[in-house]
Design a protein around this ligand. Structure first.
Ligand code: PLP
Length: 414
């Protein structure tokens, strides 16, 4: 008999399973709104133009060191630029004393993309501050459940989404955290473009979240997977994190991904940033880095270097960076125009219900508002694939299929 006959049954990962069913489907008009990846108006993947140019430059340089090991921390220049994108140190008056800019408050390490940053951050906090609970939004990116389950921290949910308004459920979230959270609990927050709902807190609401974190002694854990991809503007999408940073006294972590905003999904480029309070910064950052390196060394020694080199070249060069901003704009603009197109088609069809949330929500996803039964019906009858929560990836829509999708939604809504 095998040692492995009694393994617990693990449910299949939904987005990847939906994608596999879509690929198998032979119906010519099939539509994939399941997986969170950018697609062009033709439905194809889109390597960013600036990324292709950086790849050519790397290839042409034929640097004999290009396949050498990185340090355990990773590519340090990449990390400097990655942290700068989040915290905007460039906007701070240049000054010799790093304590003034706050730079010394941030300890960064390269990770295996955003998932790896979430996982490493969870491991780091669990081992070093022994949180009682982790608070995750209901609903959230399903992998948050897996990541915190593996870290062994009890999960609690805060009521993030108000399905009747299609908005962030501010009052109830604050109420829940005020009454039920405890000191050192971790609070997982999507920095922008909440997955799966597309509903974000307003700036005033972020202030309220910050207050409750201070009041209750919570440790915010920002998941930043869509910076610049959501609004097209990196500064705007990073606002909440910078606001928490400026507060000075609060310690938190940021899991940063370059999958979506550089289209580098399979290259696994990311970083984890640990922010210590201004008063503690100088005393602790070396120890934080040593601990992070220890955890990484025992898992996989260091993150991969290829994708990080592309990001470093682009962010570190003024001209390439400007072209990256153009590419971000191309992606976010197309997604916005598809939101509008879907909304207009549904209104034109007179589909029962209010569809305003489709244009109000931001980023890659929308909770379109279909029940699980309707999601299965739309797949059966029309070969339109989405997650059973009714989450759709807007970028799977294009000028050719948007009317078809609207008609399919209309059909299951009646
Ligand atoms: N966090 C959220 C909320 C996401 O939606 C994703 C990707 O879909 C990630 C993190 C991590 O993605 P990756 O590991 O590709 O960077």
């Amino acid at each position: 008999p095998s040692h492995f006959t009694n393994l617990p049954q693990i449910p299949t990962d939904e987005p990847f399973a939906v994608n596999a069913s879509y690929i198998k489907d032979t119906y010519p008009k099939k539509v994939n709104l399941g997986i969170g990846v950018y697609r062009t108006n033709k439905g194809d993947p889109w390597p960013l133009r600036v990324v292709e140019d950086a790849e050519k430059a790397i290839y042409n340089a034929q640097d004999i060191s290009r396949h050498e090991y990185l340090s355990i921390q990773g590519d340090r220049e990449f990390l400097r630029l990655a942290a700068d994108l989040v915290f905007d140190f460039n906007s701070v008056q240049p000054c010799a004393d790093t304590t003034q800019s706050g730079l010394d408050r941030v300890t960064s390490i390269q990770t295996v993309s955003g998932t790896g940053a979430n996982r490493l951050g969870a491991e780091f906090l669990t081992r070093n501050i022994s949180p009682g609970n982790v608070w995750i939004p209901a609903p959230t990116w399903a992998n948050h459940h897996t990541i915190w389950d593996l870290a062994g921290v009890p999960r609690k949910e805060y009521p993030y989404y108000n399905s009747s308004t299609g908005e962030f459920n501010y009052e109830e979230t604050l109420q829940t955290l005020r009454t039920s959270s405890s000191k050192n609990d971790i609070l997982v927050l999507h920095a922008c473009a909440h997955n799966p709902t597309g509903a974000d807190p307003s700036r005033e609401q972020w202030e309220g979240i910050l207050d409750v974190c201070k009041e209750k002694g919570l440790i915010p854990f920002f998941d930043l997977a869509y910076q610049g991809f959501a609004s097209g503007n990196v500064g705007k999408d990073g606002w909440a994190i910078r606001r928490f940073f400026e507060e000075g006294g609060i310690e938190f972590v940021v899991a940063q991904s370059f999958s979506k905003n550089f289209g580098l999904y399979g290259q696994r480029v990311g970083a984890l940033h640990v922010v210590s309070s201004s008063s503690a910064a100088q005393g602790v950052s070396d120890d934080i880095l040593a601990m992070l390196c220890h955890l990484v060394r025992g898992e996989y020694s260091m993150a991969p270097r290829g994708g990080a080199e592309i990001v470093r070249r682009v962010l570190g060069n003024k001209e390439l960076r400007a072209r990256w901003v153009e590419d971000l704009d191309t992606m976010s603009t197309r997604i916005l125009s598809m939101r509008k197109a879907l909304f207009e088609e549904l209104v034109a069809l007179g589909t029962p219900g209010d569809w305003g949330h489709v244009v109000k929500q931001i980023g890659m996803f929308t909770y379109v508002g279909l029940s699980e039964t309707q999601v299965f019906a739309i797949r059966e009858r029309h070969h339109v694939y989405m997650l059973k929560s009714g989450r759709i990836s807007i970028s799977g829509l294009n000028e050719t299929n948007v009317r078809y999708v609207a008609m399919a939604i209309d059909d299951v809504e009646r």
